[in-house]
Design a protein around this ligand. Structure first.
Ligand code: AMP
Length: 210
């Protein structure tokens, strides 16, 4: 199974991608995670990517495409994979069409208002990496008690840039994939469990999954 998860930043792509890929036994490929790891490791690629990410802009298509071309050749992709946060431009989507035959594109539909409030509260545990929501100034991970941290690109001024970039560069992919007959819309405004159930049910209606 080869899937793409599409949606604005904060739609829940990462949360759902982790669960759906585990359920289907396929690799989870987050270009954002790969870029953040490169930044942490201080590679030249990471340093260049940081200049774009910190401004809420997309990194150049060629850099992301090189990462993806290499990543899908790894053994864990043999049974399939799920892209989370890729493709983000028509150029990337057209290049992907030449690389693999996708089975489905899942579009998580969430309004701009909800995105802004979700992203401003979004945190990640600095220790176990569990996604969390900051409630009433609470800064402790509900799973391990570690310190919750905010992604630098989730700061309010960057969030608005990222949303603008999404509408201009990524939202056109909805029509692109609809025209290829690959689009599946899911209401992403519900609680994570309900979204997961809807994704699995709708995938099950279209594909043979266990
Ligand atoms: P994400 O974790 O998917 O929200 O990605 C964080 C940031 O990494 C984005 O705001 C972009 O700057 C960059 N990024 C991730 N994936 C891509 C992509 N497919 N194309 C261009 N930039 C990307």
């Amino acid at each position: 199974m080869k899937l793409v998860f599409l949606g604005p930043p904060g739609a829940g792509k990462g949360t759902q991608a982790v669960r759906v890929s585990a359920q289907l036994g396929i690799a989870h490929i987050s270009t954002g995670d790969i870029l953040r790891t490169a930044i942490q490791e201080g590679t030249p690629e990471g340093m260049l990517a940081k200049t774009y990410i910190d401004k809420g802009q997309l990194v150049p298509d060629e850099m992301v495409l090189a990462i993806v071309r290499e990543r899908i050749l790894r053994p864990d992709c043999a049974k399939g994979f799920l892209f989370d946060g890729f493709p983000r431009t028509i150029v990337q989507a057209a290049a992907l069409e030449k690389m693999v035959k996708l089975d489905q594109v899942v579009n998580l539909d969430v309004s701009d208002d909800l995105i802004v409030s979700r992203l401003s509260a979004r945190r990640t545990c600095g220790v176990c990496k569990t996604p969390a929501i900051a409630k009433d100034g609470e800064a402790v991970c509900p799973v391990c008690g570690g310190q919750l941290i905010q992604r630098s690109d989730d700061k309010p001024e960057t969030v608005l840039n990222r949303l603008g970039v999404y509408h201009k560069q990524t939202a056109p992919l909805i029509a692109f994939y609809r025209s290829l007959g690959l689009l599946m819309n899911v209401d992403g405004s519900k609680q994570p469990d309900a979204v997961f159930d809807a994704v699995m049910r709708q995938l099950g209606e279209k594909h043979d999954i266990d």
